[in-house]
Design a protein around this ligand. Structure first.
Ligand code: ADP
Length: 545
């Protein structure tokens, strides 16, 4: 028997429609590329989103067209999110930190019709715009006064484009399975792969992360600052979740260093912020060096790579900020776990609480998880067994965009998505990443976790960044090599580093050697590019043990 409830599609336009109606005076604050702080409200934003939708229609944008953005976190980018998807077209956010040939590949693969671009990234596009066949024109996201002299063909100015157009729009109602946005994973090998989200997956994910124990749990009393970029997995869903809750939004623009973030967090009384560990390291060292306190910030969400324990300690104990470690992937919209404690765990001693929080968090409702061995056999979730993590759920992709070759290895026989992460899961659902499967170091048939070694090394006060990789060894097959960047003014040598690690990891895990470098190679999402490091050190001769 079918139930008798309304068939109301879950559409992205309904999120901003709700915010504009019931939270019309709630602010959206942006630090702009042009310089000044820009302020308006959900009400004002909704009117400009309507104008933008009219402008897109006048440009000939129709449902399913891919419209790209190359921009920082700011109000115009937010408007594009809602206007493009609201029309039934696809908002394709491009990561400007990718190498230019990758950006060109992505635009051509997606067949983008228009590209909206921040002033900062105009020169980046000029280098290859003439070769982009599908692109009909470029819209610079600024006003007439700031329009640059540019070689871009068919160039338009955002503010001129929307000026004078009607401030209301009759948002079409369509199937909730319609594609809404597209984001390519940068990956460390091969071409970037596209994940095509639906209206349904996006709205469900927004509701899930707004649950009290979801990653964000936003309320109408919160002010949220996404440091995570709008070009990276839809800023982890924050633009949608904030509208659903009626929370104030604060966009940091291009300035993501400790002092600038601190000013914005304090000035706008931000209660929740979200981003990657590198950003929090920058903020924390600013707080320490300048002797500053955070007066409004209550919670900080960290994801994207492992969050070092000393940072959790410092932020929670010294600054009174509740740290929530989340794990996710572009393919998961992105949230799969969040590190909120269970009943009883709040009263654990600080060291024990922080240890739990330094794992990747608990499985959230909506994402099913299993771990498997090399033969695909399911392993117990007992906190001890570890294997590759596979997931499924309503906001997990069922295949990369137009990429059959990438799809074959990405799913198991039953359609579960292979994450490529090696993890253990305990009976309460706490997930602990052992490593990316490609980054594990195999020594004499046993696995060494590069992540654990790196986290241990980061615990030393003189270490700015560290990477552990396996290098070939005649006896043990592979042994760990630790590559370290020392902090400005920090002092450290090989012996001191090894003596420090000796107190943190098993003896046979100790790196065979430590190398000091000025900087490490990074991916476009700020992760250490281990493939490049392995290539660089593949002939490194370890001293015989
Ligand atoms: P994102 O950077 O938003 O997580 P990506 O799709 O670029 O999304 O990268 C996903 C990969 O990042 C995961 O498979 C995992 O290896 C790593 N990752 C994400 N979150 C964490 C985390 N909290 N701790 C450790 N690794 C993480």
């Amino acid at each position: 028997m079918r139930g008798s409830m309304m068939d109301q599609p879950l559409l992205i336009a309904s999120l901003i429609g709700y915010a504009a109606r019931y939270h019309a005076d709630t602010e959206i604050v942006s630090r702009t590329v042009e310089g000044p702080i820009h302020r308006y409200t959900y009400g004002g934003s909704y009117r400009r989103i309507a104008q933008l939708a009219h402008a897109l229609q006048k440009l000939g944008v129709t449902p399913s067209d891919r419209i790209a953005t190359l921009a920082w976190n700011g109000y115009r980018h937010f408007e594009l999110y809602y206007a493009i998807s609201g029309l039934g077209a696809v908002c394709h956010t491009i990561n400007p930190r990718l190498f230019p040939p990758q950006i060109k590949y992505i635009v051509e693969h997606a067949e983008d019709k228009y590209i909206f671009v921040d002033l900062t990234f105009v020169p980046l596009l000029e280098a290859f715009a003439a070769e982009l066949k599908s692109v009909k024109g470029y819209v610079v996201m600024t006003d007439a006064a700031h329009m640059p002299a540019t070689k871009l063909p068919n160039v338009l100015c955002y503010e001129n484009l929307i000026a004078g157009l009607p401030e209301t729009f009759a948002w079409p109602v369509f199937d909730e399975w319609t594609a809404s946005s597209l984001c390519y994973t940068s990956g460390t090998t091969g071409n970037p792969k596209g994940v095509l989200y639906t209206h349904r997956s996006t709205v469900l994910h927004a509701l899930a992360i707004n649950a009290a124990d979801g990653a964000l749990g936003l309320t109408a009393r919160d002010a949220v600052l996404p440091v995570v970029p709008l070009f990276h997995v839809n800023a982890w869903g924050i633009p949608y979740a904030a509208a659903a809750a009626g929370a104030k939004l604060v966009f940091p623009g291009p300035l993501l260093d400790g002092p600038n973030l601190y000013d914005l967090l304090e000035g706008e009384k931000v209660t929740i912020t979200a981003g990657v560990p590198t950003v929090w390291l920058g903020l924390f060292s600013h707080l320490e060096q300048a002797g500053k306190r955070l007066s409004a910030l209550k919670r900080l969400i960290s994801g994207g790579s492992a969050l070092p324990l000393p940072l959790i300690d410092g932020l929670e104990e010294k600054h009174g900020v509740a740290v929530c470690h989340a794990w996710g992937m572009t393919e998961l919209s992105p949230v799969g776990t969040t590190g909120n404690l269970k009943a009883g765990q709040e009263n654990l001693p600080a060291a024990e609480r922080h240890r739990l929080k330094s794992t990747q968090g608990r499985t959230v409702f909506g994402v099913e998880m299993k771990i498997v061995d090399d033969d695909g056999k399911t392993l117990p979730q007992d906190g001890k067994a570890y294997g590759e993590l596979l997931v499924r759920g309503p906001w997990v992709t069922n295949g990369y965009y137009r990429d059959e070759a990438a799809n074959k290895p990405a799913f198991d026989r039953d359609g579960w998505f292979r994450t490529g992460d090696v993890v253990s899961i305990d009976p309460d659902g706490w997930v602990k990443i052992v490593d990316r499967s490609k980054d594990l170091i195999k020594s004499g048939g046993e696995w060494i976790s590069s992540i654990d070694l790196e986290n241990a090394a980061i615990g030393h006060p003189a270490v700015a960044e560290a990477a552990a990789i396996g290098v070939p060894h005649p006896k043990w097959q592979e042994r760990p090599l630790l590559v370290v960047v020392i902090k400005k003014d920090g002092k450290l040598d090989r012996e001191t580093m090894l003596a420090f690690l000796q107190t943190k990891v098993a003896k046979w895990w100790l790196p065979d050697d430590v190398i000091f470098v000025k900087e490490l190679p990074h991916t476009a999402t700020g992760k250490i590019l281990k493939t490049k490091l392995r290539e660089q050190f593949k002939d490194y001769a370890l001293k015989p043990a």
